[in-house]
Design a protein around this ligand. Structure first.
Ligand code: NCD
Length: 307
C-alpha cells in the first residue's frame, strides 16, 4: 500500500472523511470490537509544542486499539536541544514506530518531515497554519450534534488569524454544500487573505466579517469559539489588549437558536464563561471525547487496518 500522511485536511477526500465519521460512530457503539486492531503497533507522539488533548487523545486512541505509544512532549528533552533537524528526528523515530503524530511551532514542518519518514505522519498542529485532526474532531462533533455537515451557518469567533484549527475547519467545510461563514474578530485578528483567496473565492462561498459577537449570534447553527493565540504574538502588549475581546456568557446566548451548538478546540482561557458549561448547547467537552474516537478511525485508515 502507498504510504498515506495527513498534513492538510484536503489530503482526505470528503468521501474518506464521511467514511471515517461512520467508523468513529461504530467505534463509539461497539468499542470492544476494536480492542485488538492495533495489537503490536506503535504510535510515536513527537510534540515540539505544548499540548494536553491532542497528544493524550492520540495516545489514548492507540491504547484503546491495543497498540502502544512512545514519544516526547517537550522539544528540549529530545535531540532538538543538541541541534538536530526535525527531518532527522522524524527519520530516526520512523525506524522505531509504525505511525507518527507530530506537533511543531514552524508552519510547514510536517512537509519536511514526510520526506524521510518511513511511516505515516500525522500533523498534530504546525504553528499558526493547520490542525487537521482537530478538524476531524470538529466534523464528527457537528455531525453527531446536528446530524449533518451541510446547510450550516457557522460563526468563527476570536483569533482567526493565528488559529490553526479555524484554518483547517474552514478548508474542510468549504467542500460541503449550503455553508455560510460568519467571521467574528477584531480587525487585527481577521482570517488571513490566503484563505479568502485560495478557499473562499475558489468555492464561491458566502461569508461576512464582523467585530460583533452579539450581532452574529441569532443566525448561527454553530459558534466556534477560539483562544487568542498568545504564543504567536510578537508583542505582549498587543496580546494583552486583544485577549479578552470576546467572552461568551449565558446572557449573550439569550437570542441564540435552541439548536445552536457551541464548539471550542480548547484550551479555554477566558473566552467562554464557565457559567455556559451547563447549557445543553455547549458541546466542547463532548467534542473532547469525540477527538479520541476519530483519531482511532484515522490511525486505522492510515495503517490500513480493519476491525
Ligand atoms: C488547539 C491548538 O493546539 O491549535 N488546541 C487543540 O489542539 N485542541 C487550539 C489552541 O491551542 O488554542
Amino acid at each position: 500500500m502507498e504510504k498515506r500522511n495527513l498534513i492538510d485536511i484536503t489530503d482526505l477526500t470528503t468521501a474518506e472523511i464521511d467514511e471515517m465519521i461512520a467508523a468513529a460512530e461504530d467505534i463509539i457503539a461497539s468499542p470492544a470490537k476494536y480492542a485488538h486492531v492495533c495489537d503490536g503497533k506503535q504510535l510515536a507522539t513527537l510534540f515540539f509544542e505544548p499540548s494536553t488533548r491532542t497528544r493524550l487523545s492520540f495516545e489514548s486512541a492507540m491504547l484503546a486499539l491495543g497498540g502502544q505509544t512512545l514519544g516526547f512532549s517537550e522539544a528540549m528533552s529530545s535531540s532538538t536541544a543538541k541541534g538536530e533537524t526535525v527531518v532527522d528526528t522524524v527519520h530516526t523515530v520512523s525506524c522505531y514506530a509504525d505511525i507518527i503524530a507530530m506537533r511543531h511551532p514552524k508552519e510547514g514542518a510536517p512537509y519536511a518531515a514526510i520526506q524521510r519518514s518511513e511511516v505515516p505522519i500525522i500533523n498534530a498542529g504546525d504553528g499558526g497554519h493547520n490542525h487537521p485532526t482537530q478538524t476531524l474532531t470538529d466534523l464528527l462533533t457537528i455531525h453527531r450534534e446536528l446530524g449533518r455537515l451541510t446547510d450550516l451557518t457557522i460563526g468563527f469567533c476570536g483569533d482567526l488569524k493565528f488559529g490553526r484549527t479555524v484554518h483547517s475547519l474552514v478548508n474542510a467545510l468549504s467542500r460541503e454544500t449550503g455553508i455560510r461563514f460568519v467571521f467574528i474578530s477584531p480587525e487585527e485578528l481577521k482570517l488571513p487573505d490566503y484563505l479568502k483567496e485560495n478557499v473562499l473565492k475558489k468555492y464561491n462561498l458566502p461569508y461576512t466579517e464582523t467585530a460583533s459577537l452579539e450581532a452574529a449570534i441569532p443566525e448561527l447553527d454553530i459558534l466556534y469559539m477560539t483562544r487568542v493565540q498568545k504564543e504567536r504574538f510578537f508583542n505582549e502588549a498587543d496580546y494583552v489588549r486583544l485577549k479578552d475581546t470576546y467572552v461568551l456568557t449565558p446572557e449573550k446566548l439569550v437570542p441564540a437558536k435552541a439548536e445552536l451548538r457551541i464548539l471550542h478546540p480548547l484550551p479555554r482561557v477566558n473566552e467562554i464563561s464557565t457559567a455556559v458549561d451547563n447549557d445543553p448547547r455547549a458541546a466542547y467537552f463532548r467534542q473532547v471525547r469525540n477527538g479520541k474516537y476519530i483519531r482511532m478511525a484515522l490511525m486505522m485508515k492510515l495503517l490500513d487496518l480493519r476491525a
